[in-house]
Structures are given as structure tokens and as C-alpha cells.
Design a protein around this ligand. Structure first.
Ligand code: ATP
Length: 361
């Protein structure tokens, strides 16, 4: 059983290379993670994901606020009783230990070395290869992907309640990565392990998470399932961060109660806004249709990119010096320079306050 609670946690670093300029990595962070929940921390580079994971692991001290495991402050729990398995981006394998010693360290301390092969087997299942052959090697003789497998084996070879993973599969071949995520999800459910997983890859987040926490500049922006965040973003940031291809965002002004983007026509707003205020419309590439009718908005094809695996074609088009993305069926072939006409599915558009980025409902 393992719940985690972060209560008003903040962390600032002092950048030595810039005269100790303060860098606010995490700001007033509140988050509760349930027992057995798989939470993915998702956000752009530098938003504070790794710092959060290190704080939860007890590798960094918060400047203020408290982290609780099962309601007990982390500081009051001896390191050996924390039951954490960690995999970080930079594997931190001990250079003069061969893999077998690294993987078996925890269990050997407890005279349970005979359990190591079962754990190695677990990791072979996750990462899709026989890692037994890596057990006699030192880190200097392992590739990046192999080091990653050894650190995953080390994370699993203990009495686990909590897994903290920071881009654990980044160095695996693409073909193993998808399988590894599915297998990881199955294992944490089977063993009821709580998982906190850091990534900046939304596909990874989608396949691992029960809940995604979107972070920017050290703060929670929104949290929920992938579908909820994708379909119901609270802000332009989330709308732009989730969804492939990326949502189109068009600037306009409120005129007589309507949104008016001069080149795109007018649309009614979900709630009244003062005349002249700036509003951004977000419309997903799949919510723009091509039409034969000249009444559609004319645009010129710049690029046509097929996505064979996902079975769609992305059209990048120019419209009055603005670039749009439109998703069409794979078989819709268009040449650069062609003129097309489009229709926007206005009921599925989102409106955002251009100053705050917050959704207008
Ligand atoms: P990435 O996806 O690139 O790994 P991240 O979201 O994990 O990024 P963090 O590594 O948590 O981001 O860093 C958050 C901020 O804190 C960044 O601005 C980073 O430069 C800064 N930072 C992190 N660790 C330190 C440190 N030890 N000293 C100074 N600044 C730091």
C-alpha cells in the first residue's frame, strides 16, 4: 500500500554558472497519488518533472512544504523502508559492479539472492529481450539501451511499493518501447505498485497513465485522463501540448459579441466578452473539412505528409500568410500549390482568452 501526498512543495535551485541566479523549479505543488495509481508527469523540457520525481524519491529536500508516504512525512521514514524502485535518465550504475551485483544488491543485503533470477525474468518480459546475458558485464561494456534494462531490473529486484521512472525507455529500440509500456502497465496492476512516471512524450503518457498531470514552469496546469485533457482542455497550453497533429490556434477580436478573425469569418462565443478583447480560437486539424464549395475558406497546400501507421494525411496549408494543419484521409492526395476550400467545424472549436490563455466556456 502506498499513497503519496505533496503539500505546498516548493524547490528553488541556485544556478552556479549565472552568479547563483535563483531558478524556481517547483512552486506550491499540491498532488495526491492513490495506492496503485499510475500517474504520469507530462510537460516541456525544464518544467520541473525530474525535480518532482527526485523530491518524491527523497533525493532532494523541498525548501518548503511536505511530502507524505501513506500520510507519514517522508523525513520520518528510514531510507531502507521507503520501498522505492527508481529508473532515471542517467542510469547511475556503479562502474565497478557487474550487472548481477547491481541488480541483486537489495536482495543480497537481505540474504534473498535466490530471488534475483525471477526479477531478471520480469524485466526480460518488459523489455522484450533476454537480459541474462548482460548479468556478467560492467557498465562500460553495456550500450545505452542495455544499461537502461539493467537499471529497470535493479528497480524491480526489491520489495516494491513505489516505482519512480524518469523516461525509462528512452534508450530502447522503438519496437521494444511500445511493448515495454504495455508490459509495465500490466505488471504494476498485477503487483499493485504505485507508479510516478516522467515523460515529455504524450504517446508514452497515454499508454502508461491512469492520470496525467500536465506541468509547466513548476506548477500543475491541469490533470486528468488523456482523453479528458485532449477533449476538454482548460487552457491553450494544454490544448497545444496534447494532440497530434497540434491544434491550430487563430487570433481574433470580439466584435458585437462575436469572435471575428478577419480572414476566417465570425463565430459566436460560448459566453459574452467585452468588445475589442482578444480571443484565440483553437481548432483541431481533424475538425477542419475540405469542401468542393467555393463558399469554403480558400487555402494553398504547402506540404502533404502521409502518416501511414496512423492512417491519415496531414496537409499544411497557407491562408493569408498563416499556416494551418488539416487532417484528411490518407487517400486524399494533394500537390503543393493546389488550392483547396475548407470548412471549420465551429461547434468543436475552443475559445481562449488571449491574455491569460484560459478557456472561455
Ligand atoms: P527535462 O524534460 O529537460 O529533463 P525537467 O522537466 O525534468 O526537464 P528539471 O530537470 O526538473 O526539468 O528542471 C527544472 C528547472 O530547474 C530547470 O530550469 C533546470 O535548469 C533547473 N535545475 C534542475 N536541477 C538543477 C540544479 N541542480 N541546479 C540548478 N538548476 C537546476
Amino acid at each position: 500500500m502506498r499513497t503519496i501526498t505533496l503539500s505546498n512543495v516548493s524547490k528553488t535551485f541556485y544556478d552556479k554558472s549565472r552568479k547563483l541566479t535563483p531558478v524556481l523549479a517547483i512552486k506550491d505543488f499540491n498532488l495526491h497519488i492513490d495506492d496503485g495509481e499510475a500517474v504520469v508527469l507530462l510537460g516541456p523540457s525544464g518544467c520541473g518533472k525530474t525535480t518532482l520525481l527526485r523530491l518524491i524519491a527523497g533525493l532532494e529536500e523541498p525548501d518548503s512544504g511536505t511530502i507524505f508516504y501513506n500520510g507519514v512525512p517522508l523525513d520520518d521514514i528510514p531510507v531502507e523502508n521507503r520501498g522505492i524502485g527508481m529508473v532515471f535518465q542517467n542510469y547511475v550504475l556503479i562502474p565497478h559492479w557487474e550487472s548481477r551485483k547491481t541488480v541483486g544488491f537489495f536482495l543480497r543485503l537481505r540474504d534473498r539472492e535466490e530471488e534475483v533470477p525471477a526479477h531478471v525474468n520480469t524485466v526480460a518480459n518488459i523489455t522484450g529481450v533476454d537480459i541474462e546475458k548482460l548479468m556478467g558485464r560492467f557498465p562500460r561494456n553495456l550500450s545505452g539501451g542495455e544499461k537502461q534494462r539493467v537499471s529497470i531490473a535493479r528497480a524491480f529486484a526489491r520489495d516494491l511499493e513505489l516505482l519512480l521512472f524518469d523516461e525509462p525507455f528512452a534508450n530502447l529500440d522503438a519496437k521494444f518501447r511500445g511493448q515495454a509500456r504495455v508490459e509495465l502497465k500490466r505488471l504494476i496492476q498485477e503487483f499493485n505498485v504505485t507508479l510516478v512516471y516522467v515523460t515529455h512524450d504524450q504517446v508514452e503518457a497515454m499508454s502508461v497513465a491512469d492520470r496525467i498531470v500536465v506541468i509547466n514552469a513548476g506548477r500543475i496546469i491541469q490533470s486528468g485522463s488523456y482523453q479528458a485533457l485532449h477533449d476538454n482542455p482548460d487552457s491553450l497550453f494544454v490544448a497545444e501540448f496534447l494532440g497530434t497533429p497540434t491544434i491550430n490556434a487563430f487570433w481574433g477580436r470580439v466584435q458585437s459579441g462575436d469572435w471575428d478573425g478577419s480572414y476566417m469569418g465570425r463565430a459566436s462565443l460560448p459566453s459574452p466578452r467585452p468588445n475589442g478583447s482578444e480571443v484565440i480560437v483553437g481548432i483541431r486539424p481533424e475538425h477542419i473539412q475540405l469542401t468542393d464549395s467555393d463558399s469554403g475558406i480558400p487555402a494553398t497546400i504547402d506540404r502533404s505528409i502521409p502518416f501511414y501507421a496512423e492512417k491519415f494525411r496531414l496537409l499544411e496549408v497557407w491562408l493569408r500568410k498563416r499556416r494551418w494543419r488539416i487532417q484528411v484521409p490518407l487517400e486524399d492526395e494533394h500537390e503543393p500549390g493546389d488550392t483547396i476550400h475548407c470548412q471549420l467545424d465551429w461547434p468543436r472549436a475552443y475559445f481562449f482568452d488571449a491574455l491569460t490563455g484560459q478557456r472561455i466556456r
